[in-house]
Design a protein around this ligand. Sequence first.
Ligand code: COA
Length: 329
Amino acid sequence: MPKAKISALGCYVPPRLLTNFDLEKMVDTSNEWILERTGIVERHIAAPDVATSDMAVEAARVALAQRGIEASDLDALLVCTVTPDMYFPSTACLVQHRLGAKKVWGFDLIAACSSFLYGMGVGAHLVMAGTHKKVLVIGADTMSRIIDYTDRSTCILFGDGAGAMLIEPSEDDNNGLIDFLYEIDGSGGDALKMPAGGSRMPPSHDTVEKKLHYVHQDGQAVFKYAVRKMYEACRELLARNNMSGKDIGCLICHQANRRIIQATADRLGMPPEKVIINIDRYGNTTSATLPLATRDAVTEGRLKKGDLVVYAAVGAGFTAGASLWRWAY
Ligand code: COA
């Protein structure tokens, strides 16, 4: 079975910033509270005419240019998102058309904040099956479209953005995906959801009036699950590969709350210089956090060729997991 490596990476965030000080003027909150409880300073917000596919296309173009290939060289295209442009056609179809990716097939993958982690795994397995040579996995979310900016408990958390990773066979058997551990637990479904708009509760005047098309969250329930699960997934994954945090060069977690990431890193025994945290600049961009954090890790020289990297995420559903890779470029 060929190994699957990440061979290129592209990201996009919209230019407009929403700072904690802006939020102070919108809801009853403070910069100090947000910073202390979440680690977030600012987030990027898409312009009204920008949708998820637009940001996905921008990120994809950067990744393709970095690798020096055309969209028509791709075999498959996955778009990880909870904020598709519309239910159907899939955002993958919209992105395929805009990119001119003539020979791909593809689909949208919905697993909330674990979407990109799962997408990386699916992309790698398409390559490892020997049936695909170039799979583009995109994580893109326009969270600002499903956030109630009068709800201080959620509106401070999220931002918009996109990232794309190209996954290809690795000529070097040591590089690429080593192992993964994914898990879903639907018993946590009520803790974080967008209640209306689907077949259970189709859109109506009533659902709009009750603000049921926005993110609803029991923050503490999600926090408790995330703190426990993020660590457990990493620990188990490392243990079954006879490793501990000390063997890992870089820990890249989903960026939902600085305290969740720090608790995970501390329990794994990983020093701050090996832990990538960029939530201060982007907030929680849902499907885009892992590529955005990877880009910053590479740019800052904290993730280098040959390093072992653990990716970890927890999200609505609940969805959770971790994967272990050796970085290939
Ligand atoms: N500004 C000021 N006060 C706020 C506030 C805000 N933006 N949001 C909530 N509060 C208040 C609450 O009303 C509460 O007040 P009370 O004690 O008078 O009732 C108090 O702050 C504490 O609220 P609590 O919800 O217990 O805070 P917390 O420490 O749990 O932090 C979150 C809230 C949302 C930051 C935290 O629970 C969290 O990060 N949860 C996980 C979120 C997540 O990961 N979501 C995405 C899934 S991937």
